[in-house]
Write a protein that binds this ligand. Structure first.
Ligand SMILES: [Zn+2]
Ligand SMILES: [Zn+2]
Length: 314
């Protein structure tokens, strides 16, 4: 927090709590502070309140992960308790029991603490090295949107190939089988996986921002990366992962308006048939590489093969 440094730290030490810090900030740095958005003020106050950037980034990532993951699972859990929504359940005969979900929740939380805690705590030193900024103000909305879109596309590619690899013999048996415990998925099952899978697929989420930031240090034409953009991307990726495991497909689901979006219908078929639909966010990779899942895709493939064979015979 170079820009605000001493004045802000002074404000933090003489007051307690976020709101007092915020008021001190506004009073001491007006008009710069008053031009900031509420999110920028909240961001700055968080770092000032914690007082240690490494700890602040680590705690921010850990809490964001827990709040967005479990917070997004909660509405899906409530929906499962209300029979009215059953008509939109993709596999209506398979409603997960509360006990099953409780076991899943405990396992996922344990995994978060064991596997994901260390990389999260080590993230800030890496950010400093790669010049990922934590300062305010944030970059423009345009830059942040383009960067997040880029991460969505790259992660989808990574996920497709690693997921496909995880369905090959040894990898499936020893690693990916755990994630396929639930043939009819539910939100909490999104991160129910072997630690090796969590690390491998998680690399697709955090690896590309790291790679981008590294490239941006070499090529100054590329807009630099802000940690808020990374946080935003991680939140959206978490929402995507939980929603694709929800087990529900509503008439207002995103893929009906944006056909490239995979959504729950796409990933539910993968869990149902244990094959195909390997991508995470988008459906085009499975379409192009002919790895779509489900009876419809299977009969399309069979028809294609049949017509190919007939053409050969002619
Ligand atoms: Zn799979
Ligand atoms: Zn899954």
């Amino acid at each position: 927090m170079d820009i605000l440094s001493s004045t802000l730290h002074q404000a933090n030490s003489t007051t307690s709590g976020y709101f007092h810090t915020l008021l001190s900030l506004q009073a001491s740095l007006d008009p710069f502070v008053t031009q900031l958005s509420w999110m920028e003020k909240l961001w700055a106050s968080w770092y000032l309140y914690i007082g240690n950037d490494t700890f602040a980034t680590g705690l921010l990532f850990f809490l964001t992960h827990e709040i967005f993951y479990f917070g997004r699972c909660l509405p899906w859990f409530i929906i499962q308790q209300i029979p009215y929504f059953d008509k939109w359940k993709i596999q209506p005969t398979k409603i997960p029991s509360n006990r099953e979900q409780w076991e899943c929740l405990k396992s996922v939380f344990k995994l978060h603490l064991l596997v994901e805690a260390l990389p999260i705590w080590a993230f800030h030193p890496l950010c400093s090295k790669l010049q990922i900024s934590v300062d305010i103000p944030f970059p423009s909305y345009k830059v942040m949107t383009l960067q997040v879109m880029f991460f969505f596309i790259c992660e989808d590619q990574w996920h497709y190939w690693f997921h496909r690899l995880f369905h090959i013999g040894w990898f499936y048996k020893n690693i990916h089988k755990q994630h396929h415990r639930y043939a009819a998925p539910f939100g909490l099952a999104a991160e129910y996986a072997h630690p090796v899978e969590v690390m491998a697929l998680g690399t697709g989420t955090v690896g590309f921002p790291i790679l981008y930031a590294w490239v941006a240090t070499k090529y100054t034409l590329l807009p630099s990366l802000h940690l808020f953009t990374v946080t935003l991307w991680v939140c959206l990726r978490l929402l995507q992962a939980v929603d694709s495991h929800s087990g529900y497909d509503f008439p207002w689901s995103l893929h009906y308006y944006f056909p490239l979006w995979a959504g729950s219908a796409h990933h539910d078929l993968h869990h149902h048939y244990f094959i195909g639909n390997y991508a995470s966010s988008f459906s085009y990779m499975d379409y192009i590489l002919d790895t779509e899942s489900g009876p419809g895709a299977k009969s399309n493939r069979e028809n294609k093969m049949k017509s190919k064979a007939e053409k050969k015979n002619i």
